[in-house]
Every structure is written in structure tokens, then in C-alpha cells.
Design a protein around this ligand. Sequence first.
Ligand code: SF4
Length: 411
Amino acid sequence: MTTDVRIQAQIDQILARVHDGGRISYDEALLLYEHADLLDLAEAANARRQQLNPGNLVTYLIDRNINYTNVCITDCQFCNFYALPGDTTKGYVNSKEVLGQKIEETLALGGTRILMQGGHHPDLPLSYYIDLVDWIHKTYPEIEINAFSPSEIQHMGIVSGESWHSILSQLKAVGLTGLPGGGGEILDDEIRKRVSPKKIMTDDWFGVMKVAHELGLTTTATMVIGFREELRHRMNHLQRLRDEQDDSLARFNNGFNAFISWSVQIENTPLARSRFADEYGATSTEYLRHTAISRIFLDNIPHISASWPTQGAKVGQMALHFGCDDFGSTMIEENVVSAAGAVTKVSPVMEPQEIHRQIRAAGFIPAKRDTAYNILHVYEDPAEDANLTSLAEIRKGPQAGNNWQPVTIVN
Ligand code: SF4
């Protein structure tokens, strides 16, 4: 047998195991990543998707990414969202009034969740975050509050001297329902030390998430590819994630409910000015290959989301045929990857009707969900789409706060 034939025979054997519902190893996933035919990967990823989420539904969420501050001391090389402390032109801390307007718009659109994140502001005490969640929960009890990625929780720990367990317990007690999986990028310190040396490292990212799992909070995991990493770095991220998920499920019967990846957007960031600028990022084909490998390998994470805001709607649709069972969210507002130069360039929004159109055109049935992936409504009949609320209609009046204005009110 020639090497090519031998490799193909190995690939066929591994893919057959995936189709039978079996787990594959790190080395086997690496072999698929390097050598498998893209469409064979898609087929296997879809088989895995059907094992975990049988049927033809594709879910989505109506939510809004809200940023309470963009002031940050962490200087990540891939970020164009943050402002340094003292930058009164770009820096802001949003007032409760502005945040309240944004939440009211979200509710008016049928939104069920806010995803609230911010920079690492050196002067905000732990009491600020607790008061903020408490106020949102008491004022808008119907909205789910997913807030503060692991790096923000670590930052609160540094500022307050309190443990992650204490911080997350206090936030949960006042209404926090879950943590977004932000700040994952590549969970391999070799890459993190190069592109974001002041940001949370791998062990601590998983350490914070472990406490969240223990406390029964919902969590997701993210991954960003295209930092000039090698395939082994990507596989290290996926392996660590799968191991931690096995452990969390065994110990707490709670773990990451979804995984989403996308390619780094560098256009307006320091990475675009580096001598390696042309080597950052990933092609659509690479994104789809990575999506399929993730779906196949992460057999213990129930849901995989497509990332239309960074990859574009058409690639997002294709991802639904590479193992994704979720189309993400409406993104009523997003300021971080769009500032870096995502496909959509400005804060991307996809109207619920448009999400339905994209999902149906890809051959699936749209279903609205909540953060925990409970199905809220299945839109079997396309005629129902005409009744969906339009964000443009809601926004005919004055719009909720412009984040890029310097707002310095804390309370
Ligand atoms: S990515 Fe987050 S932590 Fe890094 S500089 Fe931007 S706001 Fe700060």
C-alpha cells in the first residue's frame, strides 16, 4: 500500500467510528484535520450532529451584546475595542440609564437574554458589578443575564482580593444566570503569551469555568483561529475543552452547553500592522474544516453554533451543513469583533425574519431558544415569519445610547 492509500484507509476507519457514535482521539482528529476530504468531514460532522441533536431544527436566540465599559488595561494585540484609562475621547462606562434603554429595546424585540461584557477597568470595585447585576435583575426580571467572561472574573478577583467562588456566588445570588465563553481565543499558553500576554492564561480560564459549573451557571466555550497557530495548538484547545467537560459533567452534572468558533478579525488591530499581518486570519474553507473537526471531536458538548457575524451569512449557512445546529443570535448590538474589522464592519444585526430566511434557505426549520437551549417556539410554518417583530420598527424612535460617546457615569 502507498502512504496515501494507507492514510485514506485510516481516515475511512476513523470516520466510520464517528458515524457509529464513537469517540476519536487527539491523533486521529489531527489526521482528519490534515488529510480528510472536506466533504467527508462535513458528512461525519452532520452524523455527530444528528446523534446529539436529531432532526431538522436549527435554533437561534434573540439577544444583545452589551458592553458596560470599554476601558481596559490588558492591551490584547487583536483588540480595537478598548480604551486606556484616562482616554476621555474613546473610553466610557455606560450609565444604568443607557444600559436600561438597551435592555428595553431587547425586550421589545422579543429578546430573552443580554450578554454583557467589558474591558478590565482598573477602578471599578467588585461592588460595581454586583450592584449592576442586582439592578438589572430587579428592574428587568424577565431578561436572562449572561455576563462577565472568565478574564473579567479573574480581573474582579485581582481588584477585590476575593476568590472566584466568592465572586461568582455573590453575582449568582443577585441574578447572574451564566457566563459567556469569551476570551478563549486559543487556549494554549504558547499562543496566548504572544498575542495577549496580560490576559487570563489557559489554566485560569478553565478554573473560573469550573467554579461556574460547580455553581450551576450556564456556560459556553469559544475559540478563535488564525493567530498563526499550528494545528496542534488548535487540537490542544479542543482536547483540554473535552477533558474539562468530561470532568464537569461527572462532578457537577453541568458543563458547557455550546461551542462556537470563528476566525480572528485583525483589520483595525495592532496585528494588522505587524510584519506577519498577511499570515493572520483563516479562510472560509479553513473555518468550515475547523467547525467540522470541532463537532466530531467535542462529542460531549451538545451544541455548536455557526458564526455569521464574522464569517458572513452565506458561510454561516454552510456551517449548518458542517455540524452546526444553531445559528447564533440576532446580535442586536455587538461592538468588539466589529471594531476589529469583522465581515459586517459595523455592529452587526440580523433581523429575526432574516435569520429565519437564512435557516430555511439552508434547508432547516428555525426554532427560537433560550440560553440553556430550551426550545421556546418552533416555526414549522413559514407563514409565521411575517408576524416576527422587526428591530427596524422598534428603533423608529430615538436609539439607545451610542457606545462610542464618552460616558463616564458609573451609577
Ligand atoms: S480583548 Fe478584552 S481584555 Fe483584551 S484588550 Fe480588548 S477589552 Fe481588554
